[in-house]
Design a protein around this ligand. Structure first.
Ligand SMILES: [Zn+2]
Length: 290
């Protein structure tokens, strides 16, 4: 089971989240049939979204929109504070690797654009905050978002590793933040540590990457584990939900579907699930509106 563990240093100067999102990203790849670059971009966005949602207090929902002008198109995902995330990428079929080492290319294919975070606390007044894309690699864009938009100095590392067949092998990451109580000496020490940390890809490749990440982040510093939450790819779509959406259409549009298409088929963008509505379903909807 995927999970996020929230920790804090014993002296209260730092906090860190470490995540295993392997099943989440594997499920997303299976549902959307993504090729290598699309898998990495979508997977990193889902991890970033889970970090953003975990960072909220109470029962809230965070929508992440990464809007780039590159060939990957945009990525939209939604996560809640209970560990659920769903999401899709506009162009699922992008597969570009460096010829020298086979490294999957993401950032240049996201291009320039915006990192948009919409937080809904359930009050009906969602709060939107936008920062420019720094590199399109998504981890760096999230770190910039935290630093700029929330004025919290942050380091973020997240990635998805693929096997030889471009299937998801492991996915995860970390977020490290300085807290208001951190001294300048604390910050300097942790900055140096982040700079000297092994690459996120090599930490993710460890047998137990959650523990490898914690060891690399804290070294000899004492820390406490505050909370652990299970994470999953989970779409909340249903036949009823799309029926409600269809029912909201004008009667003339429903009649057109009935006459021209003899029914309706709707595919959920977030998870690829198909929903079929028969002629009888459409007739009932039209009757209900009369
Ligand atoms: Zn769905």
């Amino acid at each position: 089971m995927d999970k996020i563990i929230k920790t804090i240093s014993e002296n209260g100067a730092f906090r860190a989240y470490v995540l295993d999102c392997t099943e989440t990203v594997r499920t997303a790849q299976q549902k959307h049939h993504t090729l290598a670059s699309s898998t990495l971009a979508l997977g990193r966005a889902l991890i970033a979204n889970q970090i953003l949602a975990a960072n909220q207090k109470g029962d809230s929902q965070v929508t992440l929109k990464i809007i780039g002008d590159g060939s990957l198109g945009h990525i939209i995902s939604v996560a809640d504070s209970k560990g659920n995330v769903k999401g899709y990428i506009q162009n699922t079929g992008i597969d570009l690797k460096k010829t020298a080492d086979g490294q999957v290319i993401v950032g240049p294919l996201m291009g320039r654009g915006h990192f948009v975070v919409i937080t809904d606390y359930g009050t009906g007044n969602p709060y939107t905050s936008t920062t420019p894309l720094i590199s399109g690699e998504i981890g760096e864009d999230l770190a910039y978002y935290f630093t700029e938009s929330e004025q919290t100095p942050s380091a973020v590392g997240l990635n998805v590793l693929l096997d030889q067949d471009d299937q998801v092998q492991v996915a995860g990451g970390f977020m490290l933040q300085a807290l208001p109580g951190a001294s300048e000496a604390d910050i300097a020490r942790f900055e140096k540590r982040i700079q000297n940390m092994p690459a996120i890809s090599s930490l993710l490749a460890s047998d137990n990457h959650i523990e490898a990440l914690l060891a690399a982040l804290y070294e000899d510093d004492a820390y406490k584990r505050l909370a652990e939450t299970n994470l999953r790819f989970n779409c909340d779509c249903s036949q009823q939900r799309f029926k409600n959406a269809l029912s909201a259409l004008a009667t003339t549009e429903l009649q057109q579907m009935l006459q021209e298409d003899r029914g309706a088929e709707i595919t959920c963008q977030f998870c690829g699930q198909h929903y079929i509505f028969t002629e009888k379903d459409l007739e009932e909807m039209i009757d209900d509106k009369a």
